[in-house]
Ligand binder design. Structure first.
Ligand SMILES: [Zn+2]
Length: 274
């Protein structure tokens, strides 16, 4: 844990200090070696069964928020108590997750915190995750006419990062003419680079080999962090229900978590040109 109480004051680890757990009052021991990240170790089992040992990545995320937002207890109506990594100033809980997690555990945390987002460490599976071509702003009329080949489509064989699509209107015309064929004109994104650049709002297809279904099936927003300035939010692209990600800058996520009150409103329009 980053914090414990020293004489009633929420404090970071101080070697040799007499300190107690913020939640249960049991003794905590400062670990301030030259190599370990300074932290408090809970005497016996941690009173929060969901607690996991922190990595530096974990700690770095917490430190992007003021101390009064870190390691905040939440009590459910049932009396159950857990400690959230971050409760952002607007009230949104942020769970920073490095380790894999079962669906059952993810479910119980989503129910418990409700107004929450996940930030997941993507580095353990970064070699299996590939960002593919962009998808145009789905609110545009012409974008709604595009039937994209899914990144996983076996027709494309090996991972094929370029966008390839058919036009729904042309398929409908073919059918109306009674052409009983599955063959339709194919279009390539690279042929209209400018048009797609202007319609870019951060949507992409992706290929995730051996994906973690826990995160794909999460009901709360999941932001994957691969260690750069941008994050990928798992989404479903509404045209054709394609698995997709939305590119979000870390900076905007932090900003919105300081301003917004509801998890669903965070980074709603990350590429708003206004
Ligand atoms: Zn405790």
């Amino acid at each position: 844990m980053q914090y414990a109480l020293i004489n009633g004051v929420k404090s970071e680890a101080v070697a040799g200090a007499d300190a107690t757990c913020l939640d249960c009052g049991r003794k905590t021991v400062a670990k301030c070696g030259p190599i370990v990240m300074h932290h408090w170790a809970h005497a016996g089992r941690n009173c929060d069964s969901w607690w996991e040992n922190e990595t530096q990545w974990h700690r770095d995320w917490k430190n992007l928020f003021p101390p009064e937002c870190r390691e905040i207890s939440h009590t459910a109506p049932s009396g159950e108590i857990h400690r959230a990594d971050i409760k952002a100033p607007g009230g949104i809980y942020v769970e920073i997750q490095h380790s894999a997690m079962t669906q059952a555990e993810r479910d119980s945390r989503e129910q418990f915190y409700d107004n929450m987002i996940w930030i997941v460490d993507g580095t353990p599976f970064s070699s299996r995750f590939h960002l593919h071509h962009s998808l145009p702003d789905p609110s545009l009329d012409w974008a709604q006419d595009c039937a994209w080949f899914p990144a996983r489509n076996p027709l494309q064989g090996a991972p094929f990062p370029e966008g390839m699509y058919q036009k729904r209107s042309l398929i409908a015309e073919d059918r109306a003419r009674g052409a009983a064929t599955g063959m339709h004109l194919m279009f390539f994104q690279r042929d209209e680079e400018q048009k797609f650049r202007e319609a870019y709002t951060g949507h992409h297809q992706y290929l995730w080999k051996r994906p973690h279904s826990t995160w794909i099936e999460a009901r709360k927003p999941v932001y994957l962090d691969f260690g750069s300035d941008i994050l990928f939010r798992l989404e479903t692209y509404p045209i054709g229900n394609l698995p997709s990600v939305r590119v979000i800058t870390k900076r905007q996520l932090i900003h919105d978590l300081h301003e917004q009150n509801y998890a669903e409103l965070v980074c709603l329009s990350p590429y708003d040109k206004n």
